[in-house]
Design a protein around this ligand. Structure first.
Ligand code: ADP
Ligand code: MG
Length: 338
């Protein structure tokens, strides 16, 4: 049973960035307006995510890290209109199976916070009062301590640095989609990146991309019925060359589907093709534009439950979405008919 737990958990929890993603999504699901992410030794020694969300009530703490316990859905129908990032109750339990987890939490009703030590099966094996404010802090120590091969992957400093960058890209994506969120990100006590609470998407984007590029970004909207697709975001003005990233690394091409940051290959391809179509004569231009594009479809037409780590989404009306993206970008970058 222990081996099965380890194997299935290692499919859910694949990397440092993936742990951060699950913990931050839990914070957002708990209504947090502030999230602090602290890594030590690239996250291998310690990953800490602190939020000011709802906290976990004492009654729920014995089961919170039990696999498949979730407070977020209670019937299969709930999956049809999912409004939370989490829904499977797998993350916390899986993290416990591959590390040492200490979780501190306080709800509005609790007088003091309580610190819980969890074992490999997600069971609470220690509890004591502590002194944190409302919200939840999860500390993940010695990640992959029982998965030497995966731990070995991080023996390479280059890999470690890529992982730090991935965490930053991830936090930037949530910072764009949730402008009111305050985020800090530190590694070995040095601040890597931070963003204050702001009031709108444009200011959030400014905080993420920097002032120089926002001047070159144009707000655009596109709506279509049957099937219903709404696209909105900020796109590089035609000819504004500064707003692009390299061809192999679309890290500033922020794409969201129903508020979930995604790396959707087909959408990225359309974006790249359309953006570069304005430079037809110049083959040096085959890069990804810097943009933030938020696609909304009815919740019943996407499936986020494709892979254990929830990094893939399936669109039931993929072709309609792709052609909506294409039409919108073509109107911006295509040959002008005036
Ligand atoms: P899921 O997010 O799919 O429900 P998780 O394993 O990520 O599953 O979390 C299990 C449960 O623990 C959640 O449903 C929630 O009730 C609680 N929980 C986890 N993290 C937090 C947090 N930061 N704030 C409040 N509740 C949390
Ligand atoms: Mg979760």
């Amino acid at each position: 049973a222990e081996t099965i737990r380890l194997l299935s958990s290692s499919q859910v929890i694949t990397s440092v960035a993936n742990v951060v993603k699950e913990l931050v999504e839990n914070s957002l699901d708990a209504g947090a307006s502030s999230v602090d992410v602290k890594l030590e030794n690239y996250g291998l020694d310690r990953i800490e995510v602190r939020d000011n969300g709802s906290g976990i009530s004492a009654a729920d703490t014995p089961v919170m890290a039990v696999k498949h316990y979730t407070s977020k859905i209670s019937s299969p129908q709930d999956l049809e209109h999912l409004e939370t990032y989490g829904f499977r109750g797998e993350a916390l339990g899986s993290i416990c199976a591959v590390s040492e987890v200490v979780l501190t939490t306080k709800t509005a009703d609790d007088d003091v916070s309580t610190q819980y030590t969890l074992d490999l099966t997600g069971k609470v094996i220690g509890r004591r009062p502590s002194h944190l404010g409302q919200g939840t802090t999860v500390c993940v120590l010695k990640l992959f301590k029982n998965l030497p091969v995966r731990r070995q992957f991080y023996a390479n400093v280059k890999k470690c640095k890529e992982e730090l960058k991935k965490v930053q890209d991830l936090l930037m994506a949530y910072a764009i989609i949730k402008p009111e969120l305050r985020v800090t990100y530190t590694h070995n006590k040095a601040v890597v990146w931070q963003k204050p609470k702001v009031s709108d998407r444009r200011t959030a984007l400014l905080a993420v991309l920097g002032t120089a590029s926002i001047a070159n970004l144009l707000p655009l909207q596109h709506r279509q019925e049957q099937p219903k697709v709404t696209i909105e975001g900020y796109f590089p003005k035609p000819g504004s060359d500064c707003a692009i990233t390299s061809s192999c690394n679309p890290d500033k091409t922020f794409i969201f589907i129903n508020d979930r940051p995604v790396h959707h290959k087909d959408i990225l391809k359309v974006v790249r093709q359309q953006y570069n179509s304005q430079y037809r004569e110049d083959s040096a231009h085959n890069r990804y534009p810097m943009l933030a594009m938020s696609i909304s479809v009815p919740a019943s037409s996407i499936d986020v439950n494709l892979t254990p780590d929830k990094t893939q989404v399936m669109l039931h009306n993929k072709d309609a979405v792709l052609s909506a993206v294409e039409a919108m970008l073509m109107s911006l970058y295509g040959p002008q008919t005036s």
